[in-house]
Design a protein around this ligand. Sequence first.
Ligand code: BGP
Length: 458
Amino acid sequence: VEYTFPEGFWWGSATSATQIEGTTGKKGKNIWDHWYDVEANRFFDNVGPEVTSDFYHRYQEDIQLMKQTGHNTFRLSISWARLISNGRGEVDQEAVQFYNHVLDELLANDIEPFVNLFHFDMPLALQEEGGWESRAVVEAYVEYAKEAFRLFGDRVKKWFTFNEPIVPVEGGYLYDFHYPNVVDARRAAQVAYHTALASAKAVEAFRSFDRNDGKIGIVLNLTPSYPRSNHPADLKASRIADLFFNRSFLDPAVLGEYPQELIDLLGEHGQLPETEPGDAEILKANTVDILGVNYYQPRRVKAKEHLPNPHSPFLPEWYFDHYEMPGRKMNVYRGWEIYEKGLYDIMINLKENYGNIESFVSENGMGVQDEQRFLQNGQIQDDYRIEFVREHLKWLHRAIEEGCNTKGYHMWTFMDNWSWSNAYKNRYGFVSVNIDTQERTVKKSGEWFKQVAENNGF
Ligand code: BGP
């Protein structure tokens, strides 16, 4: 073994409720169910989230497959609208039973559950009240978080307040790829602010509940920002992109405050969100214990070539243009650059500028179209995925050797799942799923991962 990881390293994968459970049971509607109801044509192949991988009924078999693929940890999310169908009020007992069964089954198989409270899935009833634009929804979320801690706190010791909270901001309020399909930077800033505040308030609630044996964190998608050149204009463009897309959540979650430069930029354009007295203290006092890092791709930027029209609505892109680095390696199916060293750069940044907070890779993975092409003797030979994970792990290993406080690696994802509007176009799993029969088959990468986990390295 050439790359050995620290003892007790977390090997596993991540999923989310909407993408694997199916809408079966008494679940209330969330914005994904609703968006599909009103605009199925915006979903790849017109496939919505009703069935997905049917984890709701197949979790026992799936947890056995986790064992077979070397998992010692696994991230799932609770569906808010399943637990509390309108987002507020009574908890559904069938949902409690379902999550208890899943958690018990994981624990019985020595797989530690990591539980996330919110993965893009706002209950529809609360979206109709304004979603994250509404301060009352922040309070509803905190009540939901308290219920979850109370119900599942005995079984769950790693909690996460949000997965990629910037994605609903970008998708729902800036770039029109999620419901409610608004394009308005000020409303986006309000949504971002309220989710960061909701996270801090959930951390606060957790601390008053926890018996000091659990941890709470947040999962952020970090996209390291690389300038085209060292020209000051390119450097500035890259710094501003970093402020908008990384530091907008990283700083409040880990340092307890927003970067002043970001506040100034938003202020200059009249885009500051509404706040209340006392909020700053709440953010400051309730930073996270642990940070999950989702890493897929870097962001390469250059100085703006044409000045934006001052009459057009403000967007972060007023400050930079995207830059396609010649010779960059691409995942052509997803259109994302593959740059393994980015993971190392993220971890070094956390070490140097964020107090070396305890972290782990909470998602990293490769979506590929038509994987059946790689079927041989009944198994998908996904050597590209093995290479993808291995090359990222090498950089992670180096970061750890240099003192980064990184505790684990979770791939996206355990089994092929339904994805936000891309449905089943790109497959990411260690386990393939035949969506007609729901039959599961471990891919070559799943077998490889088991070896890696057993050897604690490769
Ligand atoms: C992350 C999300 C996941 C997952 C993944 C892959 O942003 O947290 O939910 O879907 O990206 O992306 P996609 O499914 O869009 O290809």
